[in-house]
Write a protein that binds this ligand. Structure first.
Ligand code: GUN
Length: 293
């Protein structure tokens, strides 16, 4: 069994981006980070994105509307960022307060600045295998982890557990693409799948993204499989100072010894997402410079 170390792989991507950005003459790529309200997890995520952008040499703009902002005012704010030539990427941190319609807000972001890859046009571009699209940071991170760990998906059976718009569906579409590193046979399983263990046991590569703590047990995994654990779940643990521990969608201690390679939680897919966001921002910058030249 080999651990796929997301911290190490993310650090090398960030170092590569830093080199590429330092070689740019003139204006640097700029990401606008919009956080509405004071959700503690959102504060820490946005801070991490801001810090990583600074490390790479990207510009960032932090926009902190009050929790009471009206839908129309947030839409206006996005329209202004869409129209601002100095802004390459726009990220609206999720979750938004309940009175705001997140789906409408995400669709308001100009697709060419949608570095989160949440806009329907960008999801559609994955299906069309159009490389100008933006892939959401988690599925992009999964593909990058596999590629940089030497896992070639060609001809393999990839089983994706979970059908979310942000992880399961795009991850399945990416693995299915007819190109180097992909070209897999793909099965998507979900909460309504009958006889799940029979399907997951067929996986050469199992991507667990169902959001249920330690759901994948040893009887569900083929010996020698590669397992990517996308889950981040809190489970009560009285022995921890915080009262909880973080765990994935995979029961790590029983599954890991069976696998060829596996991602830990934390330290697997998680660290990759910020690196992918930065990569998307640099890509948006280049595509926008080409378009306006
Ligand atoms: N909240 C948790 N993950 C994400 C993400 O990838 N993008 C945004 N915008 N919000 C999030």
């Amino acid at each position: 069994m080999e651990l796929i170390d997301g911290n190490v792989i993310a650090a090398s991507i960030i170092a590569e981006l830093k080199t590429a950005v330092s070689a740019l003459a003139g204006r640097k790529p700029c990401i606008a980070l919009v956080r509405v309200g004071e959700d503690p997890a959102s504060i820490s995520y946005v801070r991490k994105k801001e810090k990583t952008a600074a490390d790479i040499g990207l510009e960032s703009r932090i926009i902190l509307p009050p929790v009471s902002i009206a839908q129309t005012d947030l839409e206006k704010l996005i329209d202004d960022l869409n129209a601002d030539p100095a802004v390459d990427g726009i990220l609206v941190q999720s979750p938004l307060p309940k009175h705001l319609d997140e789906r409408t807000i995400f669709r308001r972001i100009a697709p060419e600045k949608d570095v989160d890859g949440f806009h329907p046009l960008n999801l559609g571009k994955i299906a069309q295998e159009d490389p100008t699209g933006f892939v959401a940071c988690t599925p992009a991170g999964i593909m990058e982890l596999l590629a940089r760990s030497g896992v070639d998906l060609a001809g393999k059976h990839v089983v994706v557990l979970g059908r979310s718009l942000i992880v399961g569906k795009p991850a399945a579409l990416l693995a299915l693409q007819k190109k180097a590193g992909a070209n897999a046979t793909v099965t998507i399983c979900h909460s309504g799948t009958r006889d799940l263990p029979t399907l997951t046991r067929q996986a050469d590569v199992l991507i667990a993204a169902i959001g249920r703590a330690e759901f994948v047990t040893a009887d569900m995994v083929k010996p020698g499989a590669v397992v990517i654990d996308v889950g981040i779940n809190r489970v009560a643990d009285a022995s921890k100072k915080t009262g909880y521990r973080l765990t994935g969608d995979v029961h790590f201690s029983s599954v890991a010894p069976l696998t060829e390679k596996i991602t830990p939680v934390p330290g697997g897919v998680g660290p990759m997402t910020v690196a992918m966001l930065m990569q998307n921002t640099v890509k948006a910058f280049h595509q926008r410079s080409r378009a306006t030249r």
